[in-house]
Design a protein around this ligand. Structure first.
Ligand code: ADP
Ligand code: MG
Length: 215
C-alpha cells in the first residue's frame, strides 16, 4: 500500500467508529420511541447514515492494495454461493437471476473473497439498472486457457458519456451510489491477470464480459 492509500484506509477506519455509535443510537431511539418513524426526516437520516457506511466500506476496499492471498478457486462455487445469498434481495425487489454453468470449470488462481466481491458488484449494478420482474443472467464457460464470464441485463443501459467514466472512481449516476464499485472490480480482475469489457445500449441493456485465465 502506498502512503496515500494507507492514510485513506486509516481515515475511513477512524470515521467508521463514531459512525457505528451514531447508527446504534439511532436504532435505539427507534426501538424506544417507535413514533419517531413518523418524523419527516427520520428515514432520510437513516439512509444518509447507511450511505456513509457504504462509502466507507467502498473506500477501504478501494485502497486496500495489499497483495492478497491466492489459492485455487472454483468459480462455480462462488457463483452458486452468490446465487444463494442474493435470494432475499431478489425476492424483495421482484427480480430474477438465471445462472448458466457447465458441470465443471477448471479452477482459477485467485482470492475467493475478492473475486466474489467483484462479481457481486457487477450483479448489483445489473439489478439496480433493471426494472421489477426483469431477469439478469450470469454465465461462465471455458474457452481455450480462459474462463469467460458474462453478466447480462435488459436494464436501462448506458450512454457513451456514462461509458466514458465507467471505471473512474467516484463517477456515479445513482442517488446513493459511491461510484467505487466498478473501479474496485476492475482492480480485482486485473490483479487476477484478467480483463473486463462492456457493451451497452441505452434502453436495451448491458453485457459485462470478464475473462480470467484458468489453471
Ligand atoms: P455505483 O453503482 O455506486 O454508482 P459503480 O462503479 O458500480 O458505482 O457504477 C458506476 C456507474 O456505472 C453507475 O452509477 C451506473 O450509471 C453505471 N452502470 C454500471 N453498471 C451498469 C449496468 N449494468 N447498467 C446500467 N448502468 C450501469
Ligand atoms: Mg455499483
Amino acid at each position: 500500500m502506498n502512503d496515500t492509500n494507507f492514510t485513506v484506509s486509516k481515515i475511513a477506519h477512524e470515521i467508521r467508529n463514531p459512525l457505528t455509535l451514531i447508527n446504534s443510537s439511532l436504532q435505539l431511539i427507534q426501538s424506544m420511541h417507535p413514533e419517531v418513524r413518523e418524523f419527516q426526516f427520520w428515514s432520510q437520516t437513516l439512509e444518509d447514515v447507511e450511505y456513509l457506511s457504504q462509502l466507507l466500506n467502498d473506500l477501504s476496499t478501494y485502497t486496500d492494495n495489499r497483495r492478497f492471498f491466492m489459492c485455487e478457486v472454483d468459480l462455480r462455487e462462488i457463483f452458486l454461493a452468490l446465487e444463494q445469498s442474493l435470494q432475499p434481495y431478489l425476492l424483495e425487489q421482484g427480480l430474477n437471476l438465471s445462472v448458466h454453468l457447465p458441470a465443471q470449470l477448471p479452477p482459477v488462481f485467485g482470492n475467493p473473497v475478492k473475486l466474489k466481491q467483484a462479481f457481486l458488484n457487477l450483479l448489483k449494478n445489473a439489478f439496480e439498472a433493471s426494472a421489477r420482474n426483469d431477469c439478469v443472467s450470469l454465465s461462465a464457460r471455458k474457452y481455450l486457457d480462459q474462463i469467460i464470464i458474462r453478466i447480462t441485463d435488459n436494464g436501462c443501459g448506458m450512454t457513451p458519456e456514462v461509458l466514458e467514466t465507467l471505471f473512474t472512481p467516484f463517477a456515479t449516476h445513482k442517488s446513493g451510489g459511491t461510484g467505487l464499485g466498478l473501479a474496485i472490480t476492475k482492480k480485482i480482475i486485473e490483479a487476477h491477470y484478467g480483463k473486463i469489457e462492456v457493451s451497452s445500449t441505452p434502453g436495451r441493456g448491458t453485457v459485462f464480459t470478464i475473462t480470467l485465465p484458468h489453471i
